[in-house]
Design a protein around this ligand. Structure first.
Ligand SMILES: [Fe+2]
Length: 476
């Protein structure tokens, strides 16, 4: 057996070892270059765009541009200007504190802008353009507060189904494609409203990546998105993803809380509620007190409230027996009616249902009295629903939880839901009893002056419903 001593290897290794570079540096002699090797490059960030850019908390004079990089990016900033080739203004981005491992989330807050104006932009890190400086990356400021303008908002209810393990990952994409087809040539969108359940099943950051940022990238880079919390926002990742104007940066009364907020857009005041994570049942809860103040202070021609849960429903959920929906009907709806809210946009049920112009119906369906609870006998399709301003002038409730899936009829349903709620209008091609539709789709809100249109568009790009609401020319 041959034995080789360990000392033998040490002597061989020493013969081929180059003197340490730092030894040369400290004894004053220049370091010798090593033939056939490459000197290490200086350490430098390698920016890698992983999300966005996307637009948040827009106002007449401001916008927030968010994006995400992987690793450690340096010198993150936003460039913007009047054309893709003239991005002559620069705003440094700040790092958003989040718990998302391996990523850095950035926010550039741009202020001092002019209303109703389109700007081109690019996001950069380490002097490298990560995205933008082209025709596809623009942001537009909101119109002057209170002044009428032609406004179009796209509402996505329960859109977050694009994940591998749902078995229907293509549905949100189909609903999106239907709307893109419908909207071709009809004009730009001013905003995107998320009605909650934006990323199944738990609203994690990774689920938001596949369900929201991967499905709507073309829209999100140029249309501000306004989020709302649903019952599938089970984690708190939502708060690291979205920047909302909780300090009334875009109008309204400061909520001081990222769960709920409001904003003005032209002559519309939007109020976004969180009836899931934040307390709402107690009239003295901060959200309830803020809601009263916010609606009382709103001066726009139109008041639109966004919330995940509907007060009336007969799809998967049945609002006479579902305690959660009963409570919303009894505790929140009267507040909205008393402040003259015009439209309540909701999701949660994966169907489309839309009400008459209503006031004062807070009980179960058998207590619905058309003569008493309808403020206009029409359905808003063949002729506009006409309403006044102020308390108890009537509101329309929309359930549009169909952006990511459609709820089929369930014969085993103990409540026998049949899309038959009497507060909801009959649709021309509605399913079952006709007061709703079990079909993929998204909702378009259009306002021009004192006229409001609501349109549900299915995944083929066809209108399922289109109603019109007109306000009388009277200001209290
Ligand atoms: Fe839901």
């Amino acid at each position: 057996m041959i034995t080789i001593r360990r000392d033998f290897f040490r002597s061989i290794a020493a013969a081929f070892t180059w003197p340490a570079a730092d030894a040369a540096a400290t004894d004053g002699r220049p370091a010798r270059s090593r033939p056939g090797t490459t000197l290490a490059a200086p350490k430098e960030a390698t920016p890698d765009l992983r999300r966005g850019p996307y637009l948040q908390a827009q106002g007449p004079d401001r916008i927030v541009v968010r994006w995400r990089t992987a690793g450690t990016a340096r010198g993150c900033r936003l460039r913007y200007g009047d054309s893709p080739d003239a991005l002559d203004r620069v705003v440094p981005a700040r790092l958003v504190p989040t718990a998302f491992k391996g990523f850095e989330d950035w926010a550039a807050v741009v202020e001092g802008l002019e209303p109703s104006r389109t700007y081109y932009y690019a996001v950069e890190a380490s002097k490298v353009i990560l995205a933008g400086a082209d025709e596809g990356h623009t942001f537009r400021t909101a119109p002057p507060r209170g002044r009428p303008a032609a406004v179009r908002f796209w509402a996505l209810g329960d859109c977050g189904t694009n994940r591998v393990d749902t078995g229907n990952p293509g549905k949100a994409v189909a609903a999106r494609n239907g709307f893109r087809k419908f909207n071709r040539g009809r004009g730009p969108l001013d905003g995107i409203l998320l009605l909650g359940d934006n990323a199944y099943s738990h609203g994690t950051d990774a689920q938001y990546q596949t369900a929201l940022f991967s499905v709507y990238p073309d829209e999100l880079r140029s249309i501000p998105v306004w989020p709302c919390i649903g019952n599938h926002e089970l984690t708190d990742d939502y708060f690291g993803i979205f920047t909302v104007p909780e300090r009334a940066e875009a109008g309204g009364v400061p909520s001081g809380c990222p769960n709920y907020y409001s904003f003005d857009y032209a002559n519309i005041h939007f109020t976004v509620l969180d009836l899931w994570k934040a307390e709402w049942r107690d009239p003295d809860a901060p959200q309830r007190r803020w809601l009263e103040r916010d609606l009382a202070a709103a001066r726009g021609d139109w008041l639109v409230v966004v919330n995940h849960f509907p007060p009336y429903c007969d799809g998967k959920y049945e609002s006479d027996h579902n305690g959660y929906l009963v409570e919303i009907r009894e505790k929140i709806l009267p507040v909205l009616e008393a402040h003259g809210v015009d439209l309540l946009l909701t999701g949660h049920d994966h169907t489309y249902q839309r009400s008459y112009l209503l006031d004062g119906h807070h009980g179960a369906r058998e207590t619905f009295d058309p003569a008493r609870h309808r403020k206009d006998a029409g359905d808003g399709r063949s002729a506009p629903l006409v309403k006044g301003h102020g308390p108890h002038s009537g509101l329309v409730v929309v359930v549009t939880g169909t952006a990511g899936g459609e709820q089929p009829a369930n014969p085993a349903d103990p409540h026998g839901t049949r899309l038959a709620h009497p507060a909801m209008v009959k649709l021309p091609h509605g399913d079952q009893e006709g007061r709703g539709m079990r079909r993929l789709g998204t909702f378009l809100l259009e306002v021009e002056g004192l006229t409001l249109h609501g349109t549900q568009v299915d995944h083929h790009g066809e209108e399922v419903d289109r109603f019109t609401l007109v306000k009388r020319r009277y200001r209290p």
